[in-house]
Design a protein around this ligand. Structure first.
Ligand code: CTP
Ligand code: ZN
Length: 150
């Protein structure tokens, strides 16, 4: 008998697939999933043909607007959003890095005003490939490896 251990299919909702394993918990933070009342299941270090290993998040009965979810492209640029209705995948979307990022990521500069006072950070994306974002307040660059969620 073949044993199977997997994240169960959902009836209705959103499946976020192809998340790099190292950023699963950052994606959870960025989407503020801890505030959701929905049933949420996730898996990490699952086999993936493309990534080797991957993470996946399934959110029941919740659908996302592009701007809500595009923020995750900062850490999971190849994530795919699957809309599920009555067990069927009815739509697949890719995420796109927004031009401006407001209030998610900390500024890398410890002296930045956003690290001293309770004001939302604001960055302009200046390089989409290897992510570089310029702070609106101190103009310092925060890069991909330095991303910490606020
Ligand atoms: N899925 C789910 N519940 C469903 C239908 C699909 O959780 N009722 C999940 C699948 O497990 C998969 C993802 O949604 O992780 C996308 O489903 P599908 O398009 O069928 O899989 P693939 O063709 O492998 O997707 P990809 O586009 O990534 O190749
Ligand atoms: Zn700054």
């Amino acid at each position: 008998m073949q044993k199977q251990l997997n994240v169960s299919a959902i009836k209705d909702g959103t499946v976020i697939d192809h998340i790099p394993t190292k950023v699963l918990f950052k994606v959870i933070q960025i989407l503020k999933l801890e505030d959701f009342p929905n049933t949420i299941t996730f898996g990490n270090n699952l086999d993936s043909k493309v990534l080797g290993k991957k993470a996946i998040i399934k959110i029941a009965n919740r659908y996302f607007e592009d701007e809500e979810v595009n923020k995750i492209a900062l850490v999971a640029p190849n994530a795919k959003l699957n809309t599920i209705r009555n067990y069927e995948v009815v739509e697949k979307r890719v995420v796109k890095i927004p031009e401006e990022i407001v209030g998610i990521v900390r500024c890398f500069n410890p002296k930045c005003i956003t690290n001293a006072e309770n004001i939302p950070t604001r960055f302009q994306i200046i390089n989409e490939k290897s992510i570089e974002m310029k702070c609106h307040y101190c103009e310092k660059i925060t890069n991909e490896n330095e991303i910490r969620i606020k």
